[in-house]
Write a protein that binds this ligand. Sequence first.
Ligand code: DX5
Ligand code: ZN
Length: 226
Amino acid sequence: MAVEAKIAPSMLSSDFANLASEAERMLNCGADWLHMDIMDGHFVPNLTIGAPVIESLRKHTKAYLDCHLMVTNPLDYVEAMGKAGASGFTFHVEVSKENWQELVQKIKLNGMRPGVALKPGTPIEEVYPLVEGENPVEMVLVMTVEPGFGGQKFMPNMMDKVRALRSRYPSLDIEVDGGLGPSTIDVAASAGANCIVAGSSVFGAPEPAQVISLMRTSVEKASKSN
Ligand code: DX5
Ligand code: ZN
């Protein structure tokens, strides 16, 4: 079954002082989703944005806001993120072992799509129960760098996780995040990733539209041959 390509520029690499126009620029360049990195300075050594910024951006765009919560207590953020207008709420499995069922339920109740992310050191088996449970997550985000900062180098050995997920779940949304760009997209796409987060490679390009379209073509080609 072919999955849909979703190209999601990471707004962490945008000019935060001009977030609304940066978002519009990315959508005009062909972005499907906008990836929003929420960091609490505790789960990761960086502090970024939270619900108030999502709420401000929501007033300027109808786009799918793909929110990646790199926070220690994701449950505490669900209601505020829902009210702010987040579309997807992806939490980390490392901090949700005890309460992921409650978390997924609350995310859905608050009108968002639940996803689970895992850091490079976390074995893929840890997310299986969340995909196979009664109230499952709808996306798995495989980190291809240590979370915290944009502009890091893609970790190709994470593709074993993507391949394992794709062979087990043919129609699942599988997102990769970190170091994606023209030189790494083919490896990720042929492993089975269909949702592609890319920050520095898109915002740093003279023609972001070309990078977005190249990544889309790569995912579409690979998903047809899978
Ligand atoms: C890293 C973030 C990523 C980051 C990706 O912790 O989750 O979304 O912005 O940026 P690039 O594409 O530059 O690696
Ligand atoms: Zn991210």
